[in-house]
Design a protein around this ligand. Structure first.
Ligand code: C2E
Ligand code: MG
Ligand code: MG
Length: 547
């Protein structure tokens, strides 16, 4: 019907209609042309199309396109740097010939914008290297290629060693300079120019594709070589090394996530065995490492979730120098009831938390909880009750450790003399002067310091004298041998006498039996902690029993 109407109109006022139709077609946003299928004669073009055609080869390209029988396609004119989107449709022309109607859109601006976005999406803003997303895409491609072409590739997971020290020590802007410099050096290594990725922070992935796999040895050497020289930052030379975990694909896995997971296991192995090196993934790095990764993931989640899965338990400490050995306070001990992994003991997760830096938020949480509890006990008629909180070496080494403790004291309103911080000896040996100054800054807040696990590891009686401590906690291992090993009895006795002379208190840990208690009562011991009196318990239970 419609066609007929147009034809009628055309007949009645032919010239006018054609002119206005042409006018309309000149004003649409796309180029339009009609080309005869036979002989490729151009039968009609609108103005826009004539402009497009002025740019050289477009007509030929358009005809090529129609031969491919696609209805829509994009073409790129390299010299003009223009993109066109072309739609075609076969028609019968007014004179009966078979023709193709082309509508052509200039999509150059869109394309440029898209490329810019893609670059932003694929590249790391700071270093210009490809990012994690691009890495995953590329790896899928490489794995697919290997399936068809055979061969083997390697994925290197690299993490800078102690980058945090440079970042924290010199400031982020120097950390950034270092990351950029490292990125540039990596990209200059032949064979991996376009397969280096920054995964975030100080982590990189380098892929050695199957066509370059024969170069793996020399690539690894060159990477380590980068880190054998110092970097000049803020007027001085700094060393920053890197550790790498390496997986082979498809041997170690045929999907990106599995490969990265295994590479991370190998990376941990490289770090564990001394850093500044690489380690290949092998089955022997097995299940314990997988468990670690699970633990790590869950611990990060738990810490992010305001430490809700963590709970502070309290183990009573009694004063044996007083009649009836009354409770005088408690040691706060953390418990982690992980939703996914179940109950995990602090002996297992505290070292990992220290390694991952998560001990800081976790430690702050414990300290705050413990101070809050102690303040409540004090307010409930036991003003002398004290609380002991373990401080990890990592927490102690923070520049602002004293300020953080002070803030928590102010926030919770605890009387600082009721707070005892337990530290271990391990680090004291390394740098006694530093340890002294840290402990003194803490003691200035009015809190007390206890030396935990005394007698294990680096112990030396001499250190007790050098360290500004108030309480010595004798480790459970001596109590286990009480009455059996004369050395254990003598050791405890001597430490107690020595402590009395220099004005320190002694607390004995791990007392489990009446017999042990009887032996200890006859020494000059003040405090005892152990299952014999009470196990670590929930706050409510402690309140019920001892308040
Ligand atoms: P620690 O500070 O030496 O704490 C004493 C440990 O001995 C506790 O183990 C306690 O439950 C256990 N214990 C006490 N009396 C007895 C006893 O009579 N018999 C036996 N068999 N064990 C007894 P727990 O709670 O598993 O903690 C282990 C270690 O984890 C702690 O040793 C401490 O080094 C660390 N830890 C616990 N909570 C925290 C925390 O909040 N922060 C930090 N940094 N470390 C913590
Ligand atoms: Mg302790
Ligand atoms: Mg201890």
């Amino acid at each position: 019907m419609e066609t007929e109407e147009i034809v009628v109109n055309q007949n009645s006022n032919n010239i006018n209609t054609y002119a206005s139709l042409e006018e309309i077609l000149n004003n649409v946003g796309c180029g339009i042309c009609v080309i005869a299928m036979e002989g490729e004669e151009i039968l009609f073009t609108n103005e826009k199309m004539r402009n497009f055609f002025s740019s050289g080869m477009l007509k030929e390209k358009i005809c090529d396109v129609s031969k491919k029988k696609e209805n829509t396609c994009e073409i790129y004119m390299k010299e003009e740097q223009q993109w066109f989107e072309i739609h075609n449709k076969e028609l019968k022309w007014v004179d009966g010939r078979n023709v193709v109607l082309y509508t052509v859109y200039d999509i150059t601006e869109n394309k440029k914008y898209q490329q810019k976005i893609e670059r932003q999406v694929n590249n790391d803003f700071l270093t210009g290297l490809y990012n994690r997303m691009r890495c995953e895409e590329d790896m899928a491609k490489y794995i697919e290629q290997i399936k068809h072409e055979g061969g083997e590739g390697a994925l290197l997971y690299m993490d800078l060693d102690d980058f945090k020290h440079i970042n924290d020590g010199l400031g982020h802007q120097y950390g950034d300079v270092l990351l950029k410099a490292i990125s540039h050096s990596l990209q200059r290594i032949v064979g991996i120019e376009s397969s280096c990725y920054r995964m975030g922070g100080d982590e990189f992935i380098i892929v050695v594709t199957h066509t370059k796999y024969w170069m793996l040895g020399s690539i690894l050497e060159q990477i380590l070589e980068i880190f054998s020289k110092p970097w000049f930052l803020k007027g001085a030379d700094y060393y920053c090394t890197a550790s790498m975990g390496i997986v082979r694909f498809p041997a170690d896995g045929d999907n990106v996530h599995e490969l990265i997971k295994k590479a991370d296991i190998a990376l941990f192995e490289a770090k564990r065995s001394g850093k500044n090196r690489y380690a290949f993934y092998g089955e022997d790095l097995d299940s314990s490492s997988f468990k670690r990764l699970d633990l790590e993931k869950n611990m990060r989640n738990a810490t992010m979730n305001a430490c809700q899965e963590f709970e502070v338990y309290y183990q009573p400490i009694v004063d044996v120098s007083k009649e009836g050995s009354p409770c005088t306070g408690a040691e706060a001990l953390i418990r982690w009831n992980c939703e996914k992994l179940g109950f995990i003991s602090p002996a297992e997760f505290i070292p990992l938390a220290e390694y991952l830096g998560l001990i800081n938020p976790i430690g702050d949480y414990v300290l705050k909880e413990a101070c809050r509890s102690c303040k409540q006990w004090n307010d409930m008629g036991h003003p002398e009750y004290k609380v002991n909180v373990n401080l990890s070496v990592v927490q102690l080494l923070r520049n602002d450790v004293a300020e953080r403790i002070q803030k928590i004291i102010e926030e919770t309103q605890i009387n600082p003399k009721n707070l005892t911080l337990e530290v271990t000896e391990s680090l004291a040996i390394n740098d006694m002067t530093r340890m002294q100054s840290i402990l003194n800054s803490i003691k200035e807040l009015g809190v007390r310091v206890a030396l935990d696990d005394f007698g294990t590891g680096y112990s030396s009686l001499n250190h007790i004298r050098e360290m500004p401590i108030d309480v010595i906690k004798i480790d459970k291992c001596f109590i286990d041998d009480l009455g059996k090993e004369p050395f254990a009895d003598a050791f405890i006795k001597i430490v107690c006498e020595l402590a009395t002379i220099i004005g320190m208190h002694v607390c004995v840990e791990g007392v489990e039996s009446e017999k042990q208690f009887e032996i200890l009562k006859n020494m000059q011991i003040q405090m005892i902690q152990g299952f014999y009196f009470g196990k670590p318990m929930k706050k409510e239970e402690f309140a019920k029993k001892y308040l």
